[in-house]
Design a protein around this ligand. Structure first.
Ligand code: ACO
Length: 307
């Protein structure tokens, strides 16, 4: 058994927050934020549940399937709407999906973790799995802390996985965690995100390169054969440093962070949906997804595009 990716969708709240909005009340500037991060604006608003439902509905519509045929909803998020129940249960009910529902928390690596978990569910018998990543990072970010406020935004993305006979289109994956680095990036219940930016930056480049290299080696694919790298949208400089080391040119990456900021678990599926919507993917293309974040966790997966 294997999987194919049948549909995709994304969702962003309406409210745009520009760098100038931060510069008007914090000791920062548009020039600093663009030069250090690549971010120009981000979106604030909605809830994790409403954004995931919007993205999930688009993915279901595009796949042209009956939502009742979805056996499991797997929602990656760091910002569930409630401690319990899982926000996935809200998504399941709103979309009319059949079967089970669960949340996965692996911070910004969450969507790729959920994708691999969804593929595993298909291996053991699920026909279809809705995999979503959604976060409302504005809720857990101190908007008066210039070191973190400028980085994060809200958003969601989703895909429909479908089980097929044969090897399917997930060609390789790697999931990892180093819990001894938990202190680098964390948020206590009811608190705000705390981060050692410099060290997260350094580790992010390292784990992105290691994880992508492992995944490609497992699939027997050379970096030169990657059509599109869809990285976690944290910082253009992280992506560029990792691309240099991997030997993947920057024009073969999907980047939306200029408009979205870091949307945590929403970031990889948002960038994937944007690339697919803009005709950057054709049947047979090799797509490498990579996430990294708090934990630290990291995750990558290589897919062949097309049903
Ligand atoms: N505007 C102006 N100055 C700033 C700002 C700001 N918004 N933020 C920090 N500075 C200052 C600092 O105070 C520091 O001043 P000092 O030299 O007087 O002490 C100076 O700029 C340089 O700070 P650095 O931290 O060295 O700046 P750096 O180039 O490392 O950029 C950044 C900071 C953008 C946070 C970078 O380290 C980064 O992107 N790190 C990775 C963060 C990340 O990806 N986090 C998410 C991971 S995914 C997840 O799971 C959520």
């Amino acid at each position: 058994m294997g999987i194919v990716l049948r549909g995709w969708g994304s969702a962003l709240p309406e409210k745009i927050v520009t760098n100038a909005d931060f510069a008007s009340r914090l000791d920062t500037s548009d020039e600093w934020i663009v030069a250090r991060t690549g971010i120009r604006e981000r979106r604030f608003g909605g809830s994790t549940g409403t954004l995931a439902v919007e993205a999930g509905q688009r993915a279901i519509d595009q796949a042209g399937i009956d939502p009742a045929t979805i056996d499991v909803v797997v929602l990656a998020t760091t910002t569930p709407d409630q401690v319990m129940p899982a926000t996935a249960s809200y998504v399941q009910e709103q979309l009319g999906c059949g079967g089970g529902a669960m949340d996965v928390n692996a911070a910004c690596s969450g969507f790729v973790y959920a994708l691999v978990a969804g593929a595993g569910l298909c291996e053991v018998g699920a026909e279809r799995v809705l995999v979503a990543g959604a976060d409302v990072m504005s809720r857990i970010t101190d908007q008066d802390d210039r070191g973190t406020a400028i980085l994060f935004g809200d958003g969601a993305g989703a895909v429909v996985l479908e089980r097929v006979e044969g090897p399917g289109k997930l060609l390789g994956w790697d999931l990892g965690s180093d819990g001894s680095l938990r202190h680098l990036l964390s948020c206590d219940a009811g608190g705000y995100t705390q981060m050692n930016g410099k060290e997260v930056f350094r580790q992010a480049v390292r784990v992105m390169v290691d994880s992508c290299s492992k995944t490609l080696a497992r699939a027997g694919i050379a970096p030169a054969d990657v059509t599109l790298l869809v990285p976690h949208q944290a910082n253009t400089r992280i992506v560029s440093a990792a691309c240099d080391r991997l030997g993947i040119p920057m024009d073969r990456t999907a980047l939306v962070l200029e408009r979205t900021g870091n949307t945590s678990a929403g970031s990889v599926p948002l960038a994937l949906a944007d690339a697919a919507d803009n005709g950057r993917l054709a049947d047979g293309d090799i797509v490498l997804l990579c996430g990294f974040g708090a934990g630290m966790t990291w995750a990558s997966a290589v897919l062949q595009w097309g049903a």
